[in-house]
Design a protein around this ligand. Sequence first.
Ligand code: ATP
Ligand code: MG
Length: 471
Amino acid sequence: MKRTLYLKFLSGYLVFGILGFILVSTVTHHGLRNQVEASEAHTLYTECTEIASRYALSYYNGSLELADLHSHLETISHYLNTQIKVIDVSGRIIIDSANAQALHQDLKIEGFDISDFGSKYYAINRFYQTFSDSQLTVFAPITPSYKVRGYVLIHKPVADIYAYSYELLNVVYITLLLIFLLAFVILLLFSLLIYRPIRKITSVADAYIDGDFSQKINIHTQDELGHLAAAFDYMANELNTLEDDQRKFVSNVSHDFRSPLTSIKGYIEAILDGTIPYEMQDKYLNIILFETERLNKLTSSLLELNKFGSHGKTILYMKSFDINYIIRMTALTFEGICSEKHISIELILSGQNLYVTADLAKIQQVIYNLTDNAIKFSHPDSLITIETTEKNEKVFVSVKDSGIGIPSDSLKKIWERFYKTDLSRGKDKRGTGLGLAIVKEIIQAHDENINVISTEGVGTEFIFTLSLSKE
Ligand code: ATP
Ligand code: MG
């Protein structure tokens, strides 16, 4: 078996990690830089307007000396870690916080044009090539008497700003790494809690395919996997017993057919080669007849049972009929054998007529099989009682004898095909052990119940239910 499921999860995990890294180093990196840039520009702009409206304006109004303005700006620039300039509209530098000499020199920013900023209040460039590296420059106009006389400029090296965004990015990378580690722990847990049980189930399923049903999965968790494992164990058990049953069934059928056939063959050969003299032939022909009848009965019982497949419902021809009448008629058919064995059948029937809804032919067979058993396993000079009672829309039919009884450890097995108790073997050689299996199938097909109460050496009672007719 290939470990593809595990590989799929592992590669999914790696792809998740690689994609996460690519995402952070592109999208997050870019987004963070823009965010930090805009936020820094905004902070500096606030400072810039403050300087323009407070200090620079005072200078233009004449209330602040140039030298004082310079020293103010020097302090602020130091504090903000920036470079601050005051220029006039043509770009001539009036004050430069980084150059105290600018006050006395006639310095000009070549090519300065405020419209180069466009609609923004900041720009990122080398500011007319006056810097060797990229700067974030924000500006604010100085407007004494509502007329623009100059500008306050603040420069900050972009490298300083980006250093901050890199610090933030590092935090994101560390978080990503932690998520990656956490996902690995989840992967390990997945392997332990889900993947291993699945592997176990698959390997046991492979054993089942090879016909080895002895292996058990042994997962007892209260989740879907536990449920699946239990279902598998159950299925294996069922298949195992099914296979056993089938083997047993075939060997029983073969055995039951072989023994009469062997004796028939033996007797016929003996008759043909003269081993059995002519005058004895009648006796052995009767044995052959007996065995043939048994084979005939076996075949019809098997055919009957075959109709009750485990798949699909048996077709029943339901109709309303008088169960008392059927019991009376069935009892009559046993009159001959009963008088032979000095057995009497007592009928205790509820009312004159008792109508039930069922498949007449099949229920007649049930009564026939139960009465047949009762007679077969009764002692001579005993009494068999067939009784009907009516209770809660149900009719209870009981067939009771005081015969050999059924040992308690056989009580469950009597419904199995071909099962015969050791006690009964001596009393009945003709029996196939299929009669009660047929009875059970018929009663189950009717959705009714059948029960047996028996004491070894005392007697047996079979009771089954039927539905009372509505009309
Ligand atoms: P068949 O019905 O084909 O003639 P059978 O009677 O032996 O064969 P079942 O009717 O299926 O088979 O009964 C199965 C077994 O249950 C019997 O062989 C017998 O051992 C036991 N049994 C059934 N009915 C009684 C009973 N009334 N008293 C004692 N044992 C019984
Ligand atoms: Mg029987």
